[in-house]
Ligand binder design. Structure first.
Ligand code: FES
Length: 156
């Protein structure tokens, strides 16, 4: 990653992209979602304050572990006066997100286990497929295409 001299206090979108590793389109997207902000030059070009680098790093780190952008935005909005998250902020927020991540990991483990039963099935039935209908009560009691198999075995 290219270093940006300390004396530069504002970054172009290209500099921010090169330094943060986020594509310019992603930076624009973050801006439309209120995660970062810029000022416009007289030539209508975006300029980002240097601390935007840390905000982008924060957003990308949170995204990597599956935190939704809306949750990230809410967390950033809670910081006083739109402050850029510091070490303590990240430690506090990542601790708060831990239980949410644990729940997601549990759900993903369940989906992974059921995927084994779905491989080769392809029905994606709302009645029988746990992946298609994860809140189905049968998903807690049975896996994969058991109902379908039981129906096929049932006398007609
Ligand atoms: S594809 Fe999931 S049970 Fe058939």
């Amino acid at each position: 990653m290219p270093q940006i001299p300390e004396k530069i206090h504002e970054l172009t979108v290209g500099q921010l992209s090169a330094r943060s590793g986020a594509a310019p389109s992603a930076l624009h997207f973050y801006e439309t979602k209120g995660l970062i902000s810029s000022r416009r030059t007289t030539g209508n070009q975006r300029r980002y304050s240097r601390d935007t680098l840390r905000r982008v790093a924060f957003v990308r780190a949170a995204q990597r572990v599956g935190i939704p952008l809306a949750t990230i935005r809410d967390a950033l909005a809670e910081l006083p006066e739109g402050r850029t998250p510091n070490h303590d902020d990240w430690a506090r927020l990542s601790q708060a997100w831990r239980s949410e991540l644990d729940e997601r990991i549990r759900q993903l483990g369940r989906l992974r286990d059921h995927l084994t039963d779905c491989i080769g099935c392809g029905c994606l039935s709302l009645e029988t497929c746990v992946l298609s209908n994860p809140d189905d009560v049968f998903g807690e009691r049975m896996s994969g295409s058991r109902l379908l198999a039981e129906r096929r075995r049932a006398p007609k």
